[in-house]
Design a protein around this ligand. Structure first.
Ligand code: ZN
Ligand code: ZN
Length: 106
């Protein structure tokens, strides 16, 4: 696995409402939690045809409508991370490839 796709640490910062992914190539991605929820890659949220496409980057620019206070992250094997949202939704697996591809900071 390339350093670009090797995650070294994940942080759910509920105060700042950010999900941070630290990569082995020293890059850190910060995603607004609300945008990440809207971009949930599961079939329920995106539909079967669209779940494999990358979300519109504009999703991350929309002001947050919701403050997520109980969201937590857990590893989904070695492929990525699962987020368990306040509303109990947890079917989306955000793969490392997808997270890195959604990055708008590099
Ligand atoms: Zn990034
Ligand atoms: Zn979903």
């Amino acid at each position: 696995m390339s350093p670009r796709l090797t995650c070294t640490r994940i942080v759910v910062d509920r105060t700042a409402q950010l999900f941070e992914v630290y990569w082995a190539d020293k890059h850190t991605c910060r995603f607004p939690l609300d945008g990440l929820k809207r971009a949930c890659p599961c079939a329920d949220c995106q539909g079967h045809e669209k779940m494999h496409l990358l979300p519109d980057p504009a999703l991350f620019k929309v002001p947050a409508l919701m403050k997520w206070t109980k969201v937590r992250a857990e590893l989904a094997g070695s492929v990525g991370v699962r987020l368990i949202w306040d509303d109990g939704h947890s079917s989306g697996i955000y793969t490392w490839e997808r997270l890195r591809a959604m990055c708008t900071c590099d």
